[in-house]
Design a protein around this ligand. Structure first.
Ligand SMILES: [Zn+2]
Length: 152
C-alpha cells in the first residue's frame, strides 16, 4: 500500500494565461485560459487508468462467446496505444473564455486535454474559433507565464 491519495490536480500547477481568439474573417479578440500542467506522476497515473479501462473491457469480453477470440487481444493493443497517448498529454485546459471574434458572445470552452490551438464553435454565431496563447510559444508553454498579469 505505498499508494496514498491519488495525485489529483495540485493547485500549484495551475495558471492563467492570456490568449488570442481568432475566427476567419474577423479580428482577433483577447481571452484568457486556465490551464493545469500535469506532474509526471499525474501523467502516468492518468495513462495507467486509461489503459486499465481498455484491459478491463478486454477481460470482460472473455465471457462473451466468439467476441472473446478477438477483443481481448485487440484491447491489449489498444491499451498500449492509449497509454502512450495519454502519458504524453502534458496539460489540461480547465477553462478558456473570451469574446467571440464573430459576434462578441462570451465563449466558454469546456474542460479538455490541452492542445493548442483550441478549437471551439461559438454558441452564438456557430463560427469556428481558434484559441491560442497570446504569446508565441517558441520555447514552450512555461515562457508564457510572465505575461499573465497583462491579460486584462
Ligand atoms: Zn460568435
Amino acid at each position: 500500500m505505498e499508494r496514498t491519495p491519488e495525485p489529483t490536480l495540485e493547485p500549484t500547477f495551475e495558471r492563467t494565461i492570456a490568449t488570442r481568439i481568432s475566427a476567419q474573417g474577423h479580428d482577433d479578440t483577447a481571452g484568457i485560459a486556465r490551464i493545469h500542467e500535469l506532474s509526471d506522476e499525474a501523467k502516468t497515473s492518468r495513462a495507467r487508468k486509461a489503459a486499465g479501462v481498455c484491459v478491463g473491457i478486454g477481460v470482460a469480453s472473455l465471457f462473451i462467446p466468439l467476441v472473446h477470440f478477438v477483443l481481448p487481444w485487440l484491447m491489449l493493443i489498444i491499451a498500449t496505444i492509449v497509454y502512450g497517448k495519454v502519458v504524453k498529454q502534458g496539460a489540461i485546459l480547465l477553462a478558456a473564455t473570451g469574446p467571440c471574434p464573430g459576434c462578441g458572445a462570451r465563449l466558454e470552452v469546456a474542460e479538455q486535454t490541452l492542445e493548442w490551438p483550441i478549437e471551439w464553435n461559438c454558441g452564438g454565431c456557430r463560427k469556428r474559433t481558434l484559441t491560442q496563447p497570446a504569446i508565441a510559444i517558441a520555447t514552450g508553454i512555461g515562457e508564457v507565464k510572465q505575461d499573465t498579469t497583462e491579460a486584462s
